[in-house]
Design a protein around this ligand. Structure first.
Ligand SMILES: CCCCCCCC(=O)SCCNC(=O)CCNC(=O)[C@H](O)C(C)(C)COP(=O)(O)OP(=O)(O)OC[C@H]1O[C@@H](n2cnc3c(N)ncnc32)[C@H](O)[C@@H]1OP(=O)(O)O
Length: 187
């Protein structure tokens, strides 16, 4: 995704969570971060400096592709979720338009994947970002990496396309911040 090379990285939103702060799940039923998904990734992301995040995800038995190894699609989901959480630091609602993944090393079950991601540039509604997943620690060897293009959308994207049942349940949540974050809207 070379279109981002000439772009300047954006400023973090003044109300973005401070560096080091856990972002917490944005939606309880999210496969990437929600506590309500038994076999979900339960990925926990933390704000970094600028528009960057770090995250951790432990590969479980339910995430296998080959025996004892993480499924590639699950690893792509972990990268997608980490990259998606960057938008919270911009306070922009956006969805993944394009995700390009390199699988560098196999990732065994019970491994903790240490992820980091940052926004590299913004042009109009297009948000370019990049992420890395490492083994053994935040400075360990690279197992997966991705470049992504997120596209800014209006909240109507979710209201128009989502299933009524889940939209209604999310909107009826009495917690205002949780209600807003389900749709990634600025609270
Ligand atoms: C904390 C949150 C964690 C969340 C993590 C998970 C995030 C996700 O997985 S989101 C779910 C997966 N993604 C989706 O479902 C998105 C489905 N796609 C769509 O709805 C639409 O294609 C959408 C909204 C991305 C773009 O459609 P639309 O709004 O009509 O935009 P459109 O006008 O076509 O494109 C806008 C710009 O983006 C570019 N663009 C759009 N899609 C792509 C793409 N796939 N590749 C390259 N460029 C693209 C267009 O070329 C255009 O560029 P320019 O402004 O320079 O002309």
């Amino acid at each position: 995704m070379s279109a981002s090379t000439n772009l300047k990285p954006p400023e973090r939103h003044p109300d973005a969570p401070a560096p080091g702060e856990l972002l917490g799940p944005h939606y309880d039923e999210c496969f990437g971060c929600g506590g309500g998904q038994e076999h979900g990734l339960h990925l926990a992301a933390r704000a970094g400096e600028g528009v960057s995040v770090t995250a951790e995800f432990t590969v479980k038995k339910a995430h296998q592709g080959a025996p004892g190894l993480a499924h590639g699609g699950v690893l792509a989901s972990a990268l997608d979720e980490t990259l998606g959480s960057l938008n919270w630091l911009l306070r922009t609602i956006a969805v993944t338009g394009r995700l390009e993944v390199d699988f560098v090393r196999p990732v065994p079950v019970d491994t903790k994947l240490h992820l980091d991601a940052k926004v590299t540039g913004v042009k109009g509604r297009k948000i370019y970002s990049t992420a890395t997943g490492r083994l053994g620690g935040p400075d360990g060897e690279i197992a997966v990496k991705a470049d992504a293009l997120f596209i800014e959308v209006k909240v109507d994207h979710f209201i128009e396309h989502g299933r009524d049942e889940e939209i209604k349940a999310a909107m009826d949540d009495p917690d205002q911040v949780r209600r807003a974050r389900a749709f990634e809207v600025n609270p």
